[in-house]
Design a protein around this ligand. Structure first.
Ligand SMILES: NC(=O)c1ccc[n+]([C@@H]2O[C@H](COP(=O)([O-])OP(=O)(O)OC[C@H]3O[C@@H](n4cnc5c(N)ncnc54)[C@H](OP(=O)(O)O)[C@@H]3O)[C@@H](O)[C@H]2O)c1
Length: 365
């Protein structure tokens, strides 16, 4: 019945000014005009720098553009790229809000022109290019997904950024198949905790690395056969552990000296996929093994992908990954949820790397 809920944009052509009138549901299923709030509470990066630069503010609620929905945000995921954005090293793409936040869950409260897939009142989670640290967010209809049955609205906020990244890189780029040996660096990260479960659910044997014994045990509880504590173990011992075969897929966020070691531990025809370079992207390596073992060295960044690519990933995630979540084979691991106004504290926790899994912001508070 989405047709009953079309919105009127009173300030057509000016996306920065309201008022916006939304039609909402009533028992007779006839449209009732409801004013949307003109402003919303959010967290801005007041200047590039430390976590203290994240400050609560109020901003005008932008009207949704074509094919966009307005979401009353329940929870927002905190991701390492938000930290890098806050430091001034990962600016939002042109035309994207400066408010950080790459994923939310919540309820659709208004629809832009041409929205056909969602109705007011739908519970969704969404991938954003920015704007998640807010009580209201705009999302493209093709980047929203239903909340998978079996998990709550809050938990769903922990999924989009990691689910899109993991599915695109492990499955679509990496061609993960049952029987593969997969090595996940940063296994206790938001990305890593989901990647371990996805690879395991798809029939791979999973290995991981993490920086403490506690984190390693968490990775093993999530399905890793063995997690290497990189502070006292060498993950290239994986080669011996697999009878000389090595890893068919390596998901890396570390870079630096890991690049050469990844090449060493990769199996013949292995795929090494870089998501980030926490220890640096400038390295000197011997590429001879790449040729001899026919390795593929690749990587990607999600936020800069064109809408059509992200929409295709969303469809693949909905078809391939959501059933695994519904079946209970894959669950978001939530380390802690903080109120939206404590976003700075969430960033401090993330930078201390004391967390396992995801940090969330409760945006209703
Ligand atoms: N390319 C993309 O599309 C994309 C999308 C999303 C995220 N990412 C990247 O993926 C990574 C994970 O993101 P997230 O949000 O899941 O972050 P996160 O939870 O903060 O995870 C980062 C992990 O990196 C490990 N780490 C930090 N510094 C390290 C170092 N110097 N050496 C080795 N390990 C180190 C930490 O684990 P230990 O305590 O075990 O060291 C931590 O668990 C980030 O680097 C992020 O930028 C990329």
């Amino acid at each position: 019945m989405a047709g009953h809920y079309r919105i009127i944009q009173a300030a057509a052509g000016n996306r920065r000014q309201g008022p916006v009138i939304a039609y909402t549901a009533n028992p007779l299923n006839t449209p009732v005009a409801m004013p949307l709030p003109t402003h919303t509470d959010c967290i801005e990066i007041s200047a590039p720098g430390g976590a203290g630069m994240l400050r609560p503010t109020r901003r005008p609620l932008p009207a949704p553009g074509p094919e966009e929905v307005v979401i009353a945000v329940h929870s927002a995921g905190v991701n390492r790229p938000d930290v890098i954005q806050r430091q001034g090293l990962y600016p939002p793409p042109p035309g994207v809000t400066d408010i950080p936040g790459l994923e939310v869950s919540g309820t659709v409260i208004a629809l832009g022109a041409g929205v056909s897939r969602w109705a007011v009142g739908d519970a969704v989670c969404a991938l954003l290019a920015g704007g998640g640290y807010s009580r209201h967010a705009l999302a493209h209809q093709d980047l929203c997904l239903p909340v998978p049955p079996g998990i709550g609205l809050a938990e769903a906020a922990a999924l989009p950024e990691t689910a899109f990244t993991v599915w695109f890189n492990l499955v679509q780029q990496g061609g993960l198949r049952a029987g593969d040996r997969v090595l996940i660096h940063g296994g206790a990260s938001g990305i890593g905790t989901l990647a371990i479960q996805v690879a395991r659910a798809l029939g791979a044997t999973v290995y991981a690395t993490a920086g403490s014994d506690d984190k390693c045990r968490s990775c093993e509880r999530l399905g890793a056969e063995k997690c290497f504590n990189y502070r006292r173990e060498d993950f290239t011992d994986l080669k011996a552990l697999t009878g000389g075969r090595g890893a068919d897929i390596i998901l890396d966020m570390v870079g630096g000296d890991y690049v050469a070691r990844n090449i060493r531990v990769a199996a013949r025809r292995g795929r090494i996929i870089s998501l980030a370079f926490l220890k640096g992207s400038r390295v000197e390596v011997d590429l001879m093994p790449m040729m001899l073992k026919q390795l593929v060295l690749t990587g990607s960044t999600l936020r800069s992908q064109p809408l059509a690519v992200k929409a295709a990933i969303a469809r693949a995630v909905g078809e391939g990954l959501w059933p695994l979540v519904t079946a209970g084979q894959v669950r978001p691991v939530i380390h802690r949820t903080l109120p939206l106004v404590e976003a700075a504290e969430a960033h401090r926790i993330m930078e201390s790397s004391t967390h396992t899994g995801k940090l969330l912001l409760d945006c209703r508070a």
